[in-house]
Ligand binder design. Structure first.
Ligand code: HEC
Length: 108
């Protein structure tokens, strides 16, 4: 039982400690990305877990995609559904884009 409590407490500390991840989550939610992206289950769009796997170690490439410069690598056939969503991100600063990418990548 003690072990379980410790694990929960440690988990809370780690998620609060990741300040970038917290901001990225806020961006993700405020831009309506949650409508099509679930953390673990594929819905309209691929799960964040699947995206994080595809972009593991490629944070810069993910940021380029979010800026509208990259090519879809997760599910290119459905990119026409995703493409208009990228307009939501045009107003973001580099720091916010980085936070968003880090939030997505934290779902491995
Ligand atoms: C209307 C539904 C919808 C919304 C809203 C949406 N997405 Fe997507 N997204 C998709 C679909 C479908 C795909 C699969 C096509 C693809 O891989 O580009 C996708 C793919 C992606 C990918 C993987 C790109 C790749 O390389 O294949 C990322 C990253 C992503 N979305 C981020 C976001 C972010 C950030 C937001 C919020 C601004 C968002 N999505 C909002 C439907 C959506």
């Amino acid at each position: 039982m003690k072990k379980v409590v410790m694990a929960v407490v440690m988990g809370a500390v780690i998620s609060v400690g990741g300040a970038f991840a917290a901001d990225g989550k806020a961006v993700f939610q405020s831009k309506g990305c949650t409508a099509c992206h679930n953390p673990t289950v594929d819905t309209v769009g691929p799960s964040l877990k699947k995206i994080a796997k595809a972009y593991a170690g490629k944070e810069q490439q993910l940021i380029e995609f979010l800026k509208g410069h990259g090519k879809a690598i997760v599910d290119p056939a459905k990119f026409p559904i995703m493409q208009p969503q990228l307009n939501q991100l045009k107003s973001l600063s580099d720091a916010e884009l980085k936070a968003l990418a880090e939030f997505i990548l934290s779902h491995k």
